[in-house]
Design a protein around this ligand. Structure first.
Ligand SMILES: NC(=O)c1ccc[n+]([C@@H]2O[C@H](COP(=O)([O-])OP(=O)(O)OC[C@H]3O[C@@H](n4cnc5c(N)ncnc54)[C@H](O)[C@@H]3O)[C@@H](O)[C@H]2O)c1
Length: 424
């Protein structure tokens, strides 16, 4: 179905476009804040003439962000930020129905993944929009000559922000980046409520195992881990939290969870989910003591939280038990089950965050893109937080869309909060 009008693309099957459109429109129903922004962008065109290179999960919600950026006047080129999260019908719809250049195929191998990122870089983006810093890394590592062409960028997730801060500290960052992840309206909704629900969704879809009565180990009690532990408890699981940060661990204890080191938790769990942004959180010595039938999944950004090479090495053989479920046979007869190849289980085995959650993240992306488009000349090559006014505006729009109203400070209250001399 390729036509001469289609933008440059490499997608699995343009014939899937009409299914993609139906699902993109379904998601849009739950994205009222982004819709309001798109309507304003259509009028104001704040991104007119800008080329945006995006590396994001190619999902229905991302499609609505792409439509918003295009409505703002931008030319957008999109590649996937994870080889397993691409929805092929969405990629097709973006190309064939919405005129957006997409380079993403579900299940693409590592070489294709990087070839797709190169295709985005070939478009010489002036703004970057990353989820995990891969595009920014590529530009800085293999195309330094292009770094000067980029006015600014945005970053979606915790792991990307950690990398960008490391680049900033090393003096290696070549342009300003707004850390969308750090907006309250992003991580509060997305990491906590979005990851909480969709990770459980991915595990249940992949395994169809009842969670009630099982021991569910959550590694990392940050924004994502908290949401996940809460939802697992809601399903009737006994949750054990693994942490390295004393304050986060204390919070887990005070929230009513059992806290244990991974060496101990490894012997207890029926399910293990990593949400740390760290590496090799679950390792060889832990696989060695796990129960027969233990299920391992990751919902952190990269597929390194479970030491998969060690798991392969330890096992005598492996088989696909169900879609997204690989069984590893241990020499002593036990079987351990790894979900979604250790990649983000909520995106690989389910549909990622619900649209109403991504509404908040992508409202931040759209308004941050508008902000950097207008202010890049005043910004230094540093990592910036999302301006407070953007965060507040998104929270206000979301409440409005949910038909909740709040109070405003009275003049007397405002004065009282501003003074220090009025006591008892
Ligand atoms: N699945 C998704 O859709 C999704 C959404 C948002 C973020 N993420 C990713 O999830 C990861 C976590 O994000 P977050 O916002 O919760 O981060 P966070 O910084 O709030 O929390 C991470 C927690 O993990 C703990 N931790 C680090 N190393 C550990 C170890 N070895 N053992 C146990 N705990 C350890 C830290 O102390 C911290 O409390 C990141 O990789 C992020 O990019 C995924």
């Amino acid at each position: 179905m390729t036509t001469t009008m289609d933008p440059a693309h490499d997608v699995t099957d343009l014939g899937l476009a009409s299914e993609g459109v139906r699902r993109i429109e379904w998601a849009e129903r739950e994205m009222p804040v982004l819709r309001l922004i798109r309507e304003r962008f259509e009028r104001d065109r704040p991104l007119a003439g800008l080329r945006i290179g995006a590396c994001l999960h190619v999902t229905t919600e991302t499609a609505n962000l792409m439509r918003t950026l295009k409505a703002g006047g931008a030319e957008v080129v999109l590649a996937a930020s994870n080889p397993l999260s691409t929805k092929d019908d969405v990629a097709a719809a973006l190309v064939a129905e919405y005129g957006i250049a997409v380079h993403a195929r579900r299940g693409e191998d590592r070489d294709t993944y990087y070839a797709h990122l190169e295709a985005v870089a070939d478009a010489h983006p002036q703004l970057t929009m990353d989820d995990g810093c891969d595009l920014v890394s590529l530009l800085h590592s293999s195309r330094p000559g292009q770094v000067g062409e980029v006015l600014a960028g945005t970053e979606e997730t915790t792991t990307g922000v950690i990398r960008l801060r490391a680049m900033e500290r090393a003096g290696a960052l070549g342009f300003p980046i707004v850390a969308v992840n750090e907006a309250n309206t992003k991580h509060f909704f997305d990491n906590r409520y979005g990851t909480g629900q969709s990770t459980i969704d991915g595990i249940v879809r992949a395994t169809n195992i009842l969670l009630a009565g099982k021991t569910f180990v959550v590694c990392g009690y940050g924004w994502c881990g908290r949401g996940l532990a809460d939802r697992a408890r809601g399903h009737g699981a006994h949750v054990v939290v693994v942490e390295v940060d004393p304050l986060a661990a204390l919070q887990a204890v005070m929230d009513g969870f059992r806290v244990a080191p991974i060496a101990e938790a490894a012997t207890l769990g029926d399910f293990f989910v990593t949400a740390t942004g760290n590496k090799h959180v679950i390792r060889r010595e832990h696989f060695e003591v796990m129960k027969d039938g233990a299920v391992l999944a990751n919902t952190g950004h990269f597929d390194v939280e479970v030491d998969i090479p060690a798991l392969r090495d330890l096992s005598t053989s492996s088989t696909v038990a169900r879609p997204h479920v690989e069984r590893f046979d241990m020499a002593d007869g036990r079987g351990l089950y790894l979900l979604a190849e250790g990649r983000l289980v909520n995106l690989a085995a389910a549909e990622g965050h619900p649209a109403s959650v991504m509404d908040m993240s992508f409202a931040n992306q759209a308004l941050s893109a508008e902000y950097v488009a207008g202010n890049h000349a005043d910004l230094e090559p540093r990592v910036y937080t999302v301006p407070r006014e953007i965060d507040d505006e998104i929270a206000r729009l979301k409440l409005e869309s949910m038909a909740f109203a709040i109070d405003e400070l009275t003049e007397e209250q405002r004065r009282y909060m501003d003074t220090w001399d009025e006591g008892t």
